[in-house]
Design a protein around this ligand. Structure first.
Ligand code: 5GP
Length: 193
């Protein structure tokens, strides 16, 4: 998505450790006009699919998922990062290793909000090693729901998540794929799509 790539070039900051900072428009301050274009694009890419629910993970996926959900006219559910060790039976759980915080979280979704009738589109801001998406996929499976696909705003194509998930047959659509980035020069190269 050209508009998104231009914005990443203009305002993205490449940090040490393969971290791309886009907090001026994507996951701290949020540019809602851009989010609307992102929503429109996901609607185009998944136009032929029946979707009943959007599933994301807190915190940075929530804002994007809400705008995307307007285009599909469905509810958003976000997986919560749980700190409690005793998780009640009324939730689906999975473990997610966080790329940015270097921690393992239990993530939970209430059984009330995801059922075997659901057809689920996953939405997140970034895809790196794929742990967040794999955790969400496990939750979809536990619910007996159908996974329709995953929409990612920025995929870091030099990390393994995207390749793993495509190899598993997941319909994955990433609006910008960064093939390489350099924290010294700040240069970011995108994959032609
Ligand atoms: P994964 O689970 O695919 O390794 O990482 C995805 C999650 O880590 C996303 O939910 C996102 O919040 C965070 N993340 C991964 N890489 C980056 C990055 O380069 N920049 C930012 N801001 N977040 C990232």
């Amino acid at each position: 998505m050209r508009l998104l790539e231009e914005r990443i070039q203009k305002d993205g900051i490449v940090r040490e450790g393969n971290v791309l900072k886009v907090d001026s428009f994507l996951n701290h301050q949020m540019d809602i006009k851009l989010f609307r274009e992102i929503g429109k694009e996901f609607k185009r890419l998944f136009a032929n699919e029946e979707i009943t629910k959007i599933l994301t993970i807190e915190a940075s996926g929530i804002g994007i998922a809400c705008i995307v959900a307007e285009f599909f006219d469905v509810p958003v559910v976000f997986a919560k990062k749980s700190k409690s060790k005793n998780i009640a039976g009324a939730v689906y759980t999975s473990k997610v290793e966080s790329f940015t915080h270097n921690k393992v979280y239990d993530v939970i979704v209430s059984k009330k909000f995801l059922t075997k009738e659901d057809k689920v589109l996953l939405i997140d801001d970034f895809l790196a090693n794929g742990n967040a998406l794999k955790g969400l996929i496990e939750i979809v499976k536990s619910a007996g729901a159908e996974l329709i696909g995953a929409g990612i705003v920025i995929e870091k194509g030099f990390q393994k998540g995207g390749a793993d998930l495509r190899a598993q047959g997941v319909h994955l659509e990433s609006l910008a794929i960064v093939d390489s980035m350099d924290d010294v020069t700040g240069k970011i190269n995108f994959r032609e799509q």
